[in-house]
Design a protein around this ligand. Structure first.
Ligand code: HEC
Ligand code: HEC
Ligand code: HEC
Length: 453
């Protein structure tokens, strides 16, 4: 009955519903109309064809007259296609690498030119669809673990040079394992909706208010090197949240640190030389050594780039807005005391110290400055100045995994030598002794980390 009382009683409900709908719509809009990767720079952007400064796409000067295949090889390195399409220690580009997600495991595919199990039947148009739109041959929607929302900015010419290079590889028969994704994540068609919302599907547009070096750096970092895929946090829909661009995120159980110019929690205190050294060799004195996914990015991709390209990338990285990360303090620059017995406060875990003495001190020293291996310095590194100790634990479990620079002085893997609780203890000891704040890692957390990478 429509008495005035009923009407009044219904109003708060309608009103509440209305607000909820408005909030939901606004939230969806906030996610969908999120800024693109280079939006922070503002300024006028134009189509590549209308840009009259030096072309930011393609290969650097030294390779301009190289063959299509050589240029394709360089670009394949720059985009690091091998990273995900290769199983650790397996045949390059043959796929099968596992991506462990909260709702199941998925696998990368074979991108060698095998007709049955690889991309041998791909036409140029098929290939561009996969790289730019996330649509595989036969209209199969690809999961965004294939970073097409970044590669979408790649020029057609560069993508096709990559295809030309991949098609010179030996075709390998290597079917990808079956994904084990739970419903509804096993519904590939949903990725069409995801793409409509989060893949801008457009090529790189140079910013005419920035110089050619900046534009080259932006192209390399965004369209090729896809740094944000690991270093930018994601929103609820798994899309990159560029409002926190490069502010750090956890990737495959490793912490991909804040690389904004924030001086304490980012890389603002690093010199340009530190940056290009780290990117080209995986190490910068007093800053740290890249391991895990970053070690791979260096070995497979960044160490193969020309100096001018690395310098352009550094120029670009410097211009990203600073974001402070609450739990990442300014790394401690002072080495620890040289004495073995030196106390490291209430967190001095005897068991951690015993492991350190037996298995680590020989290479890392008691001060954190290695007696003989420059890349083994712990003083000043982000990993020991991160009180979650995530990467410290990972590097102890897996070792340095620096395949390109493997040698007897590399960080060995201790995952099968030590128990979860021993790894937690030594990780806590190392952060307490060499960093700003002791970690409080537990055996359970170590057990969890083991399942992620
Ligand atoms: C961050 C990880 C990652 C990187 C880097 C990456 N891929 Fe992928 N790619 C994947 C995954 C995972 C799949 C499978 C997606 C699926 O099954 O939906 C895939 C699928 C593909 C496919 C579809 C193959 C098929 O079976 O139809 C092509 C083509 C492809 N990638 C090409 C490339 C190229 C070219 C590059 C470099 C420019 C590259 N990928 C870099 C993760 C990656
Ligand atoms: C596959 C994931 C991944 C990609 C792609 C990636 N990074 Fe990283 N990056 C990491 C991880 C993980 C670390 C931490 C490594 C460690 O602790 O040894 C890291 C560390 C770094 C550091 C050192 C930060 C510090 O405070 O020690 C810099 C600088 C860096 N990355 C720059 C880049 C740039 C530039 C790109 C793009 C060209 C890039 N990364 C691409 C995962 C990635
Ligand atoms: C054979 C020498 C060696 C031994 C033994 C060794 N390390 Fe390492 N460690 C290295 C080197 C070298 C690196 C740099 C990564 C690489 O090149 O493999 C490293 C890297 C690290 C890092 C990361 C540093 C960064 O820059 O982010 C940590 C943390 C670490 N080691 C801790 C330990 C602990 C704890 C032990 C004992 C359980 C240990 N290491 C044993 C040589 C060693």
């Amino acid at each position: 009955m429509n008495t005035p009382e009923n009407g009044r009683a219904r109003h708060p409900i309608l009103w509440t519903l209305g607000v909820l709908v408005a909030v939901a719509v606004a939230f969806a809009g906030y996610l969908v109309f999120a800024p693109g990767p280079t939006a922070f720079a503002q300024g006028k952007r134009v189509a590549l064809a209308d840009y009259h400064d030096k072309d930011p796409t393609g290969v650097p000067e030294e390779l301009k007259s190289a063959s299509l295949i050589e240029r394709g090889e360089y670009l394949t390195r720059a985009a690091d296609c091998a990273a995900c399409h290769t199983v650790k220690g397996g045949e390059p580009f043959a796929g099968g690498r596992a991506f462990v997600l909260p709702f199941g495991t998925m696998y990368s595919t074979n991108i060698t030119p095998d007709v049955d199990t690889g991309i041998g039947a791909y036409t140029d148009a098929d290939f561009l669809n996969a790289v730019h739109k996330g649509v595989g041959r036969g209209n199969v929607r690809l999961y965004p673990a294939m970073p097409y929302a970044s590669y979408t900015y790649m020029s057609d010419a560069d993508a096709l040079a990559i295809k030309a290079y991949l098609f010179t590889l030996k075709p390998l028969h290597a079917p990808a394992p079956q994904n084990t994704l739970a419903f509804p994540f096993n519904q590939r068609s949903l990725m069409g909706i995801w793409s409509a919302m989060f893949n801008p599907d457009k090529r790189y547009e140079p910013n005419v208010e920035r110089d050619a070096v900046w534009n080259r750096g932006a192209y390399l970092a965004e369209a090729m090197g896809h740094c944000g895929e690991c270093h930018t946090p994601r929103n609820l829909a798994f899309a990159l949240n560029n409002r926190q661009k490069f502010a750090g995120a956890v990737q495959a159980g490793w912490r991909a640190y804040n690389i904004t110019p924030d001086r304490s929690s980012g890389v603002g205190a690093w010199s340009d030389a530190d940056m290009s050294h780290y990117l080209s060799t995986g190490h910068a004195d007093g800053r740290g050594t890249a391991s895990g996914p970053m070690g791979e990015a260096v070995d497979e991709s960044l160490s193969h780039l020309k100096a001018s390209d690395l310098a352009a990338m550094v120029t670009y990285l410097r211009t990203v807005p600073s974001v402070a990360t609450g739990d990442l303090p300014e790394p401690r620059a002072a080495p620890a005391a040289a004495t073995f017995a030196q106390s490291v406060g209430s967190h001095a875990e005897p068991s951690g110290r015993a492991v350190y003495e037996g298995a680590c001190a020989g290479c890392h020293g008691w001060t954190g400055i290695s007696p003989g291996i420059a890349s083994a310095a712990l003083t000043g590194t982000r990993a020991v100045n991160d009180a979650t100790a995530t990467n410290v634990a990972q590097v102890i479990i897996h070792g340095g995994e620096r395949q390109a620079q493997a040698g007897p002085s590399n960080m060995p893997a201790f995952g099968s030598t030590y128990s979860d609780s021993e790894i937690a203890s030594v990780a806590n000891y190392v952060t307490a002794r060499f960093g700003t704040k002791a970690a409080d890692l537990t055996a359970d957390q170590v057990a969890k980390l083991r399942t992620l990478d």
